[in-house]
Design a protein around this ligand. Sequence first.
Ligand code: UN1
Length: 494
Amino acid sequence: MTFNNYIDGTWVPSRGGQTFENRNPADQQDLVGTFQGSTPDDAADAIAAAARAYPSWRLVPAPKRAETLFRAAALIAARKEEFARDMTREMGKVLEETRGDVQEAIDMTYFMAGEGRRLYGQTVPSELRNKFAMSVRQPIGVCAVITPWNFPMAIPSWKIIPALVCGNTVVFKPATLTPLSAVNFVKVLEEAGVPPGVVNLVTGGADVGTVLSTHPDVSVVSFTGSTAVGRLVNQHAASAFKKVHLEMGGKNVVMIMDDAQLELAVDGCLWGGFGTTGQRCTAASRVVVHERVYDAFLEAFVERTRALRVGNGLDPAVQMGPSVSEAQLATVQRYVEIGRGEGARLLTGGRRLCEGAHARGFFHEPTIFADVQPTMRVAQEEIFGPVVSVVRCRSLEEAIAIGNNVSYGLSASIYTRDVNAAFTAMRDLYTGIFYVNAPTIGAEVHLPFGGTKATGNGHREAGTAALDVFSEWKSIYVDFSGRLQRAQIDTEDL
Ligand code: UN1
Protein backbone atom coordinates (compact mmCIF):
# COMPACT_ATOMS: atom_id res chain seq x y z
CA MET A 1 0.00 0.00 0.00
CA THR A 2 1.21 3.50 -0.85
CA PHE A 3 0.79 6.32 1.66
CA ASN A 4 0.74 10.01 0.81
CA ASN A 5 1.79 13.24 2.44
CA TYR A 6 -0.86 15.28 4.23
CA ILE A 7 -0.78 18.91 3.14
CA ASP A 8 -3.50 21.50 3.69
CA GLY A 9 -6.01 18.87 4.71
CA THR A 10 -5.44 16.62 1.68
CA TRP A 11 -3.48 13.38 1.25
CA VAL A 12 -1.24 14.06 -1.73
CA PRO A 13 1.72 12.35 -3.44
CA SER A 14 5.09 14.05 -3.59
CA ARG A 15 5.50 16.51 -6.44
CA GLY A 16 8.69 14.70 -7.43
CA GLY A 17 6.99 11.32 -7.80
CA GLN A 18 9.64 9.49 -5.75
CA THR A 19 8.70 6.92 -3.12
CA PHE A 20 10.55 4.69 -0.67
CA GLU A 21 9.78 1.34 0.90
CA ASN A 22 9.45 0.65 4.59
CA ARG A 23 10.30 -2.95 5.53
CA ASN A 24 10.03 -4.86 8.78
CA PRO A 25 13.45 -5.01 10.47
CA ALA A 26 12.54 -8.42 11.91
CA ASP A 27 11.67 -9.75 8.46
CA GLN A 28 12.91 -7.96 5.39
CA GLN A 29 10.43 -9.85 3.22
CA ASP A 30 7.59 -8.07 4.97
CA LEU A 31 6.85 -4.80 3.17
CA VAL A 32 5.09 -2.46 5.59
CA GLY A 33 4.26 0.19 3.04
CA THR A 34 5.49 2.60 0.40
CA PHE A 35 5.85 6.26 1.32
CA GLN A 36 6.53 9.58 -0.35
CA GLY A 37 10.18 10.50 -0.82
CA SER A 38 9.34 14.16 -0.62
CA THR A 39 11.20 17.01 -2.28
CA PRO A 40 12.03 20.49 -0.97
CA ASP A 41 8.97 21.71 -2.92
CA ASP A 42 6.68 19.43 -0.93
CA ALA A 43 8.16 20.77 2.29
CA ALA A 44 7.65 24.33 1.07
CA ASP A 45 4.01 23.53 0.18
CA ALA A 46 3.44 22.18 3.68
CA ILE A 47 5.03 25.24 5.29
CA ALA A 48 2.87 27.52 3.14
CA ALA A 49 -0.26 25.61 4.20
CA ALA A 50 0.73 25.85 7.86
CA ALA A 51 1.43 29.57 7.50
CA ARG A 52 -2.00 30.13 5.92
CA ALA A 53 -3.77 28.16 8.64
CA TYR A 54 -2.02 29.94 11.50
CA PRO A 55 -3.98 33.24 11.69
CA SER A 56 -7.30 31.50 12.31
CA TRP A 57 -6.03 28.58 14.47
CA ARG A 58 -4.28 30.95 16.84
CA LEU A 59 -7.60 32.70 17.50
CA VAL A 60 -9.55 29.52 18.26
CA PRO A 61 -9.97 29.67 22.07
CA ALA A 62 -7.47 27.31 23.70
CA PRO A 63 -10.20 25.26 25.46
CA LYS A 64 -11.77 24.70 22.02
CA ARG A 65 -8.46 23.67 20.50
CA ALA A 66 -8.20 21.30 23.43
CA GLU A 67 -11.59 19.71 22.71
CA THR A 68 -10.24 18.56 19.36
CA LEU A 69 -7.24 17.08 21.12
CA PHE A 70 -9.38 15.25 23.69
CA ARG A 71 -11.18 13.62 20.77
CA ALA A 72 -7.82 12.67 19.24
CA ALA A 73 -6.70 11.05 22.50
CA ALA A 74 -9.85 8.94 22.62
CA LEU A 75 -9.36 7.85 19.00
CA ILE A 76 -5.77 6.78 19.64
CA ALA A 77 -6.92 4.84 22.69
CA ALA A 78 -9.56 3.04 20.61
CA ARG A 79 -6.90 2.01 18.06
CA LYS A 80 -4.08 1.29 20.47
CA GLU A 81 -3.66 -2.35 19.51
CA GLU A 82 -3.72 -1.72 15.76
CA PHE A 83 -1.21 1.14 16.07
CA ALA A 84 1.07 -0.95 18.31
CA ARG A 85 1.11 -3.78 15.75
CA ASP A 86 1.91 -1.41 12.91
CA MET A 87 4.72 0.04 14.99
CA THR A 88 6.26 -3.32 15.86
CA ARG A 89 6.20 -4.21 12.17
CA GLU A 90 7.84 -1.02 11.11
CA MET A 91 10.55 -0.63 13.76
CA GLY A 92 10.83 -3.93 15.57
CA LYS A 93 10.37 -3.33 19.28
CA VAL A 94 8.22 -5.88 21.05
CA LEU A 95 4.45 -5.45 21.20
CA GLU A 96 4.38 -4.78 24.92
CA GLU A 97 6.66 -1.82 24.30
CA THR A 98 4.87 -0.49 21.24
CA ARG A 99 1.65 -0.59 23.27
CA GLY A 100 3.53 1.53 25.81
CA ASP A 101 4.61 3.92 23.07
CA VAL A 102 1.03 4.41 21.90
CA GLN A 103 -0.07 4.76 25.53
CA GLU A 104 2.47 7.52 25.99
CA ALA A 105 0.92 9.37 23.04
CA ILE A 106 -2.53 8.94 24.62
CA ASP A 107 -1.26 10.21 27.97
CA MET A 108 0.46 13.19 26.40
CA THR A 109 -2.56 14.11 24.32
CA TYR A 110 -4.90 14.02 27.33
CA PHE A 111 -2.40 15.87 29.49
CA MET A 112 -1.82 18.66 26.96
CA ALA A 113 -5.52 18.90 26.08
CA GLY A 114 -6.03 19.61 29.79
CA GLU A 115 -3.58 22.48 29.46
CA GLY A 116 -6.04 24.11 27.05
CA ARG A 117 -8.03 25.20 30.10
CA ARG A 118 -4.94 26.40 31.91
CA LEU A 119 -2.05 27.83 29.86
CA TYR A 120 -1.54 29.87 33.00
CA GLY A 121 0.19 33.19 33.05
CA GLN A 122 0.65 35.53 36.01
CA THR A 123 -1.07 38.58 37.32
CA VAL A 124 1.23 40.64 39.49
CA PRO A 125 0.98 43.97 41.30
CA SER A 126 2.36 46.96 39.44
CA GLU A 127 4.77 49.31 41.18
CA LEU A 128 2.53 52.18 40.10
CA ARG A 129 -0.95 53.04 41.22
CA ASN A 130 -3.95 52.20 39.04
CA LYS A 131 -1.93 50.01 36.79
CA PHE A 132 -2.49 46.32 36.10
CA ALA A 133 0.27 43.88 35.12
CA MET A 134 0.05 40.34 33.73
CA SER A 135 1.84 37.85 31.54
CA VAL A 136 0.19 35.66 28.90
CA ARG A 137 1.44 32.91 26.63
CA GLN A 138 1.23 33.64 22.92
CA PRO A 139 1.70 31.17 20.06
CA ILE A 140 4.70 31.59 17.80
CA GLY A 141 3.70 30.43 14.32
CA VAL A 142 4.72 27.47 12.18
CA CYS A 143 6.52 24.74 14.11
CA ALA A 144 8.68 22.16 12.34
CA VAL A 145 8.66 18.83 14.12
CA ILE A 146 11.44 16.38 13.24
CA THR A 147 11.23 13.06 15.06
CA PRO A 148 13.21 9.81 15.47
CA TRP A 149 12.21 6.21 14.82
CA ASN A 150 12.61 4.76 18.32
CA PHE A 151 9.39 6.24 19.77
CA PRO A 152 7.40 6.69 16.58
CA MET A 153 4.15 7.91 18.15
CA ALA A 154 5.16 9.05 21.64
CA ILE A 155 7.81 11.55 20.58
CA PRO A 156 5.72 13.16 17.80
CA SER A 157 2.94 13.59 20.38
CA TRP A 158 5.36 15.30 22.78
CA LYS A 159 5.92 17.99 20.17
CA ILE A 160 2.79 18.23 18.01
CA ILE A 161 0.21 18.26 20.79
CA PRO A 162 1.70 21.06 22.91
CA ALA A 163 2.40 23.02 19.70
CA LEU A 164 -1.30 22.76 18.80
CA VAL A 165 -2.72 23.52 22.20
CA CYS A 166 -0.62 26.69 22.31
CA GLY A 167 -2.15 27.80 18.97
CA ASN A 168 0.68 27.04 16.54
CA THR A 169 0.51 25.14 13.27
CA VAL A 170 2.79 22.23 12.43
CA VAL A 171 4.82 20.63 9.67
CA PHE A 172 5.83 17.14 10.75
CA LYS A 173 8.71 15.15 9.27
CA PRO A 174 8.99 11.70 10.85
CA ALA A 175 12.04 9.46 10.56
CA THR A 176 12.12 7.61 7.24
CA LEU A 177 12.12 4.31 9.17
CA THR A 178 8.76 4.96 10.85
CA PRO A 179 6.41 6.80 8.51
CA LEU A 180 3.42 4.50 9.12
CA SER A 181 3.07 5.44 12.78
CA ALA A 182 3.26 9.07 11.68
CA VAL A 183 0.46 8.54 9.15
CA ASN A 184 -1.62 6.79 11.84
CA PHE A 185 -1.12 9.69 14.22
CA VAL A 186 -1.93 12.39 11.67
CA LYS A 187 -5.04 10.54 10.45
CA VAL A 188 -6.32 10.59 14.00
CA LEU A 189 -5.76 14.34 14.24
CA GLU A 190 -7.59 14.80 10.94
CA GLU A 191 -10.50 12.68 12.11
CA ALA A 192 -10.66 14.48 15.44
CA GLY A 193 -11.28 17.70 13.53
CA VAL A 194 -7.95 19.51 13.37
CA PRO A 195 -8.62 21.99 10.53
CA PRO A 196 -6.82 21.78 7.15
CA GLY A 197 -3.29 23.17 7.20
CA VAL A 198 -2.97 23.11 10.98
CA VAL A 199 -1.00 19.85 10.88
CA ASN A 200 0.90 18.77 7.77
CA LEU A 201 2.90 15.61 7.24
CA VAL A 202 5.84 15.34 4.84
CA THR A 203 7.75 12.06 4.71
CA GLY A 204 11.27 11.96 3.40
CA GLY A 205 14.89 12.48 4.24
CA ALA A 206 17.46 15.17 4.91
CA ASP A 207 16.31 17.38 2.02
CA VAL A 208 13.00 17.89 3.76
CA GLY A 209 14.69 18.46 7.13
CA THR A 210 16.94 21.12 5.63
CA VAL A 211 13.98 23.07 4.26
CA LEU A 212 12.21 22.84 7.61
CA SER A 213 15.18 24.18 9.54
CA THR A 214 16.04 26.98 7.11
CA HIS A 215 12.72 28.22 5.72
CA PRO A 216 11.94 31.81 6.76
CA ASP A 217 8.29 30.99 7.54
CA VAL A 218 9.19 28.38 10.18
CA SER A 219 9.47 29.94 13.64
CA VAL A 220 10.19 26.93 15.84
CA VAL A 221 12.12 23.74 15.13
CA SER A 222 11.75 20.87 17.58
CA PHE A 223 14.15 18.04 16.84
CA THR A 224 14.88 14.70 18.51
CA GLY A 225 17.68 12.62 17.05
CA SER A 226 21.43 12.33 16.90
CA THR A 227 23.77 14.97 18.26
CA ALA A 228 25.40 15.33 14.82
CA VAL A 229 22.11 16.14 13.08
CA GLY A 230 20.96 18.28 16.01
CA ARG A 231 24.05 20.42 15.60
CA LEU A 232 23.24 20.89 11.90
CA VAL A 233 19.63 21.83 12.65
CA ASN A 234 20.88 24.36 15.19
CA GLN A 235 23.33 25.86 12.70
CA HIS A 236 20.69 26.01 9.96
CA ALA A 237 18.23 27.76 12.22
CA ALA A 238 20.68 30.12 13.92
CA SER A 239 20.97 32.92 11.39
CA ALA A 240 17.21 33.50 11.32
CA PHE A 241 17.01 33.30 15.16
CA LYS A 242 14.48 30.50 15.06
CA LYS A 243 13.58 28.98 18.35
CA VAL A 244 15.22 25.56 18.39
CA HIS A 245 14.50 22.74 20.78
CA LEU A 246 16.97 19.85 20.58
CA GLU A 247 16.85 16.46 22.24
CA MET A 248 19.87 14.35 21.34
CA GLY A 249 22.14 11.61 22.58
CA GLY A 250 22.63 9.99 25.94
CA LYS A 251 25.10 7.74 27.73
CA ASN A 252 23.09 7.04 30.81
CA VAL A 253 24.41 5.43 33.95
CA VAL A 254 22.99 3.05 36.51
CA MET A 255 25.01 3.12 39.76
CA ILE A 256 24.75 0.06 41.96
CA MET A 257 25.93 0.52 45.53
CA ASP A 258 27.04 -2.24 47.89
CA ASP A 259 23.77 -2.10 49.86
CA ALA A 260 21.54 -2.36 46.76
CA GLN A 261 18.88 -5.01 46.35
CA LEU A 262 20.81 -6.88 43.68
CA GLU A 263 17.92 -8.70 42.08
CA LEU A 264 16.03 -5.47 41.67
CA ALA A 265 19.14 -3.89 40.15
CA VAL A 266 19.51 -6.79 37.70
CA ASP A 267 15.86 -6.43 36.67
CA GLY A 268 16.45 -2.72 36.10
CA CYS A 269 19.62 -3.22 34.10
CA LEU A 270 17.99 -5.79 31.83
CA TRP A 271 15.03 -3.53 31.17
CA GLY A 272 17.09 -0.35 30.92
CA GLY A 273 19.88 -1.87 28.83
CA PHE A 274 18.03 -4.19 26.46
CA GLY A 275 14.49 -2.76 26.37
CA THR A 276 13.83 -1.36 22.87
CA THR A 277 17.00 -3.30 21.91
CA GLY A 278 18.98 -0.58 23.68
CA GLN A 279 17.67 1.96 21.18
CA ARG A 280 16.50 4.60 23.62
CA CYS A 281 18.19 7.90 24.32
CA THR A 282 17.56 7.01 27.95
CA ALA A 283 19.02 3.47 27.64
CA ALA A 284 21.07 2.23 30.59
CA SER A 285 24.17 1.67 28.51
CA ARG A 286 26.61 2.08 31.43
CA VAL A 287 26.41 0.28 34.74
CA VAL A 288 28.80 1.31 37.50
CA VAL A 289 28.97 -1.30 40.26
CA HIS A 290 30.52 -1.15 43.71
CA GLU A 291 33.46 -3.56 43.97
CA ARG A 292 31.89 -5.40 46.92
CA VAL A 293 28.93 -6.57 44.80
CA TYR A 294 30.60 -6.48 41.39
CA ASP A 295 31.02 -10.22 40.85
CA ALA A 296 27.66 -11.17 42.30
CA PHE A 297 25.90 -8.58 40.15
CA LEU A 298 27.69 -9.65 36.98
CA GLU A 299 26.95 -13.30 37.52
CA ALA A 300 23.21 -12.70 37.81
CA PHE A 301 23.14 -10.06 35.06
CA VAL A 302 24.93 -12.31 32.58
CA GLU A 303 22.73 -15.28 33.38
CA ARG A 304 19.53 -13.30 32.90
CA THR A 305 20.86 -11.67 29.72
CA ARG A 306 21.70 -15.04 28.17
CA ALA A 307 18.13 -16.14 28.80
CA LEU A 308 16.57 -13.23 26.88
CA ARG A 309 14.58 -14.41 23.87
CA VAL A 310 15.44 -12.40 20.77
CA GLY A 311 13.15 -12.39 17.77
CA ASN A 312 10.18 -10.88 15.99
CA GLY A 313 8.45 -8.51 18.38
CA LEU A 314 5.00 -9.64 17.23
CA ASP A 315 5.64 -12.97 18.97
CA PRO A 316 4.50 -12.51 22.60
CA ALA A 317 7.25 -14.84 23.86
CA VAL A 318 9.97 -12.60 22.45
CA GLN A 319 11.67 -10.17 24.85
CA MET A 320 13.99 -8.26 22.54
CA GLY A 321 13.47 -7.32 18.90
CA PRO A 322 15.95 -6.50 16.13
CA SER A 323 18.01 -3.41 15.52
CA VAL A 324 15.93 -1.02 13.47
CA SER A 325 18.06 -1.21 10.31
CA GLU A 326 21.10 -2.72 8.72
CA ALA A 327 23.04 0.48 9.40
CA GLN A 328 22.11 0.41 13.09
CA LEU A 329 23.13 -3.23 13.34
CA ALA A 330 26.46 -2.39 11.69
CA THR A 331 27.00 0.31 14.33
CA VAL A 332 26.41 -2.26 17.06
CA GLN A 333 28.87 -4.65 15.46
CA ARG A 334 31.42 -1.88 15.08
CA TYR A 335 31.20 -1.00 18.77
CA VAL A 336 31.57 -4.63 19.77
CA GLU A 337 34.85 -4.61 17.86
CA ILE A 338 35.86 -1.29 19.41
CA GLY A 339 35.16 -2.64 22.92
CA ARG A 340 37.18 -5.77 22.25
CA GLY A 341 40.03 -3.71 20.82
CA GLU A 342 40.04 -1.48 23.89
CA GLY A 343 40.44 -4.49 26.14
CA ALA A 344 36.94 -4.63 27.64
CA ARG A 345 35.97 -8.17 28.73
CA LEU A 346 33.11 -9.56 26.61
CA LEU A 347 30.98 -11.60 29.01
CA THR A 348 28.11 -12.54 26.75
CA GLY A 349 26.76 -11.71 23.31
CA GLY A 350 28.87 -9.98 20.72
CA ARG A 351 27.49 -11.65 17.61
CA ARG A 352 24.85 -11.06 14.99
CA LEU A 353 22.09 -13.68 15.07
CA CYS A 354 21.48 -15.05 11.61
CA GLU A 355 20.25 -18.62 11.89
CA GLY A 356 16.71 -19.63 10.90
CA ALA A 357 14.10 -16.87 11.10
CA HIS A 358 16.77 -14.52 12.46
CA ALA A 359 18.35 -14.53 9.00
CA ARG A 360 15.56 -12.32 7.68
CA GLY A 361 16.16 -9.48 10.14
CA PHE A 362 18.76 -7.38 11.90
CA PHE A 363 19.19 -9.33 15.12
CA HIS A 364 22.09 -9.10 17.52
CA GLU A 365 22.75 -10.86 20.79
CA PRO A 366 22.32 -8.81 23.94
CA THR A 367 25.90 -8.01 24.85
CA ILE A 368 27.72 -7.21 28.08
CA PHE A 369 31.22 -5.83 28.42
CA ALA A 370 32.77 -5.96 31.91
CA ASP A 371 35.91 -4.37 33.35
CA VAL A 372 35.27 -1.37 31.17
CA GLN A 373 37.43 1.66 31.90
CA PRO A 374 35.34 4.84 32.11
CA THR A 375 37.37 6.49 29.36
CA MET A 376 36.89 3.70 26.81
CA ARG A 377 34.78 4.57 23.80
CA VAL A 378 32.16 1.94 24.73
CA ALA A 379 31.73 3.84 28.02
CA GLN A 380 31.68 7.28 26.41
CA GLU A 381 29.82 7.06 23.10
CA GLU A 382 26.17 6.39 22.43
CA ILE A 383 25.82 3.01 20.72
CA PHE A 384 22.01 2.80 20.41
CA GLY A 385 21.99 -0.97 20.52
CA PRO A 386 21.95 -3.92 22.93
CA VAL A 387 25.39 -3.34 24.42
CA VAL A 388 25.93 -2.60 28.12
CA SER A 389 29.30 -1.58 29.55
CA VAL A 390 29.95 -2.43 33.19
CA VAL A 391 32.48 -0.41 35.18
CA ARG A 392 33.82 -1.19 38.66
CA CYS A 393 33.90 1.49 41.37
CA ARG A 394 35.05 1.73 45.00
CA SER A 395 32.70 4.37 46.42
CA LEU A 396 29.66 6.53 45.86
CA GLU A 397 31.90 9.49 45.10
CA GLU A 398 33.73 7.55 42.43
CA ALA A 399 30.46 6.31 40.92
CA ILE A 400 29.15 9.87 40.71
CA ALA A 401 32.38 11.08 39.12
CA ILE A 402 32.24 8.30 36.52
CA GLY A 403 28.55 8.94 35.98
CA ASN A 404 29.16 12.60 35.21
CA ASN A 405 32.24 12.08 33.11
CA VAL A 406 30.57 11.84 29.70
CA SER A 407 29.57 14.50 27.21
CA TYR A 408 25.85 13.75 27.61
CA GLY A 409 23.46 14.39 30.52
CA LEU A 410 20.07 12.80 29.94
CA SER A 411 19.29 10.22 32.63
CA ALA A 412 20.97 8.49 35.56
CA SER A 413 19.97 6.18 38.37
CA ILE A 414 21.13 4.72 41.66
CA TYR A 415 20.32 1.47 43.40
CA THR A 416 20.84 1.83 47.14
CA ARG A 417 18.93 1.52 50.41
CA ASP A 418 20.86 4.38 51.97
CA VAL A 419 18.82 7.56 51.89
CA ASN A 420 21.94 9.71 52.27
CA ALA A 421 23.58 8.10 49.25
CA ALA A 422 20.37 8.46 47.22
CA PHE A 423 20.01 12.17 48.00
CA THR A 424 23.68 12.86 47.37
CA ALA A 425 23.46 11.21 43.95
CA MET A 426 20.18 12.97 43.16
CA ARG A 427 21.88 16.29 43.82
CA ASP A 428 25.22 15.65 42.18
CA LEU A 429 24.46 13.87 38.90
CA TYR A 430 24.23 16.63 36.33
CA THR A 431 21.42 15.14 34.22
CA GLY A 432 17.89 16.13 33.26
CA ILE A 433 16.33 12.96 34.70
CA PHE A 434 17.24 10.87 37.75
CA TYR A 435 15.82 7.66 39.22
CA VAL A 436 16.22 5.97 42.58
CA ASN A 437 15.92 2.18 42.66
CA ALA A 438 14.73 2.12 39.06
CA PRO A 439 16.57 2.08 35.72
CA THR A 440 17.28 5.13 33.56
CA ILE A 441 14.14 4.68 31.46
CA GLY A 442 10.50 5.18 32.38
CA ALA A 443 9.79 8.91 32.09
CA GLU A 444 6.14 9.96 32.54
CA VAL A 445 4.52 12.58 30.34
CA HIS A 446 3.61 15.14 32.98
CA LEU A 447 7.22 15.79 34.05
CA PRO A 448 9.86 17.63 32.03
CA PHE A 449 11.91 15.40 29.72
CA GLY A 450 15.33 16.35 28.45
CA GLY A 451 18.98 16.53 29.30
CA THR A 452 22.01 18.64 30.04
CA LYS A 453 25.30 19.12 28.18
CA ALA A 454 25.41 17.57 24.66
CA THR A 455 21.98 15.98 25.17
CA GLY A 456 20.04 19.18 24.74
CA ASN A 457 20.10 22.93 24.40
CA GLY A 458 18.43 23.92 27.63
CA HIS A 459 14.81 23.25 26.72
CA ARG A 460 12.55 20.51 28.02
CA GLU A 461 9.65 18.71 26.44
CA ALA A 462 6.75 17.01 28.21
CA GLY A 463 5.23 18.44 31.37
CA THR A 464 4.21 22.07 31.36
CA ALA A 465 7.85 22.79 30.48
CA ALA A 466 6.94 21.91 26.87
CA LEU A 467 4.67 24.96 26.76
CA ASP A 468 7.79 27.11 27.05
CA VAL A 469 9.09 25.68 23.78
CA PHE A 470 5.86 26.29 21.88
CA SER A 471 4.80 29.66 23.25
CA GLU A 472 6.36 32.98 24.08
CA TRP A 473 5.60 35.23 26.99
CA LYS A 474 3.96 38.56 26.52
CA SER A 475 3.94 40.94 29.49
CA ILE A 476 1.02 43.32 29.44
CA TYR A 477 0.62 46.54 31.43
CA VAL A 478 -2.73 48.30 31.62
CA ASP A 479 -2.60 51.80 33.03
CA PHE A 480 -6.00 53.01 34.18
CA SER A 481 -4.77 56.08 36.06
CA GLY A 482 -5.54 58.47 33.21
CA ARG A 483 -2.11 60.11 33.38
CA LEU A 484 1.46 59.38 32.39
CA GLN A 485 3.18 57.27 35.01
CA ARG A 486 6.86 56.56 34.44
CA ALA A 487 8.22 53.26 35.72
CA GLN A 488 11.45 53.54 37.75
CA ILE A 489 11.18 57.35 37.62
CA ASP A 490 7.98 58.32 39.35
CA THR A 491 9.14 56.55 42.46
CA GLU A 492 7.41 58.74 45.05
CA ASP A 493 4.11 57.40 46.29
CA LEU A 494 1.77 59.67 44.35
C1 UN1 B 1 13.86 7.79 24.63
O1 UN1 B 1 14.61 7.34 25.48
O2 UN1 B 1 14.24 7.86 23.45
O3 UN1 B 1 11.49 7.31 29.52
C2 UN1 B 1 12.48 8.20 24.99
C3 UN1 B 1 11.27 6.46 28.68
C4 UN1 B 1 10.19 6.69 27.66
C5 UN1 B 1 10.65 7.66 26.63
C6 UN1 B 1 12.03 7.41 26.15
N1 UN1 B 1 9.00 7.12 28.31
O4 UN1 B 1 11.90 5.43 28.65
